[in-house]
Design a protein around this ligand. Structure first.
Ligand code: 0O2
Length: 238
């Protein structure tokens, strides 16, 4: 078992295991943003860096998926999606955190501006993909949140990693923070449906509705565990 897997499986801490904070990372080179620049202009400028980080992570995942398919005759990754956080969503999050609305504060405090979501068939694939990714020399792990081992109170399950990935530009190398969410098809189905329901703001969730959603999450988790057991019974299945 790799160090990474051992670290997350043996962790006795709560949901968050902070390995190193981004603030401590001296190589975080991002464009110098002037506070008086127009906000949209600042956003466009800095998003280029985050998009480059997404491209780098996505390419790595695609290579790993193709290689695994070649040797095991199946894909451990079903689907990869990515996005940079919208300006509206960034602003709301910063207001929630009580942060001044400047790009410099954003860069220092929000680590999920670049986001990649990886959907895997089986629970074991989630950890294998995470392991294959973080073992690469140009990636360092900043933070792991294992919401599979310790689901959120509402039933949300997913493995979240904040990684710093090296990106080479014409005259320098930057390390770009990217949030990688890795989860199974079942976990993703629940999260997508829950998200749709939650964003119908005209209808607040009652206590009973929340309970019902959690039951759905448990049912999906049970299905995931059963599927995993089935897979483990097939000797050639990796
Ligand atoms: P979007 O639109 O996906 O960007 P932190 O970043 O540590 O200050 P945060 O942001 O609460 O704290 O981190 P966490 O818990 O890792 O969650 C970040 C993202 O995980 C969310 O992003 C969602 O994408 C997903 N997520 C977390 N909890 C839930 C949940 O209960 N349901 C669903 N459907 N998704 C969830 P954003 O910023 O909320 O939105």
């Amino acid at each position: 078992m790799s160090d990474f897997l051992r670290r997350i499986r043996n962790s006795k801490k709560e949901e968050v295991e902070i390995i190193e904070t981004i603030e401590e990372h001296e190589e975080l080179l991002l464009p110098i943003v002037k506070e008086n620049q127009d906000l949209q202009e600042q956003y466009d400028q800095i998003m280029f860096f985050y998009e480059s980080g997404i491209n780098q992570i996505t390419a790595k995942l695609q290579i790993l998926n193709n290689e695994f398919k070649f040797s095991n005759d199946r894909n451990p990754i079903e689907n990869i999606k990515s996005r940079v956080k919208s300006l509206e969503s960034i602003t709301n999050k910063m207001i929630d955190k009580g942060l001044p609305l400047t790009m410099n504060y954003m860069v220092k405090n929000l680590h999920d501006i670049a986001g990649v979501r990886v959907i895997c068939p089986f629970i074991s694939d989630v950890y294998n993909v995470a392991n294959m990714l973080v073992n690469q020399g140009d990636i360092s792990v900043m933070k792991i949140k294992d919401y599979i081992k310790k689901p959120k109170a509402n039933g949300y399950r997913s493995l979240h990693l904040i990684v710093m990935v090296d990106v080479y530009f014409s005259d320098h190398k930057s390390q770009v923070p990217v949030e990688v969410q890795i989860r199974t098809i079942a976990m993703n189905s629940w999260a997508s449906l829950e998200h749709q329901l939650r964003y119908k703001k005209e209808r607040e969730f009652t206590k009973d509705m929340k309970k019902e959603l959690k039951v759905c999450a448990e049912l999906m988790s049970e299905a995931d565990l059963r599927m995993q057991k089935l897979a483990e019974k097939i000797p050639s299945f990796e």
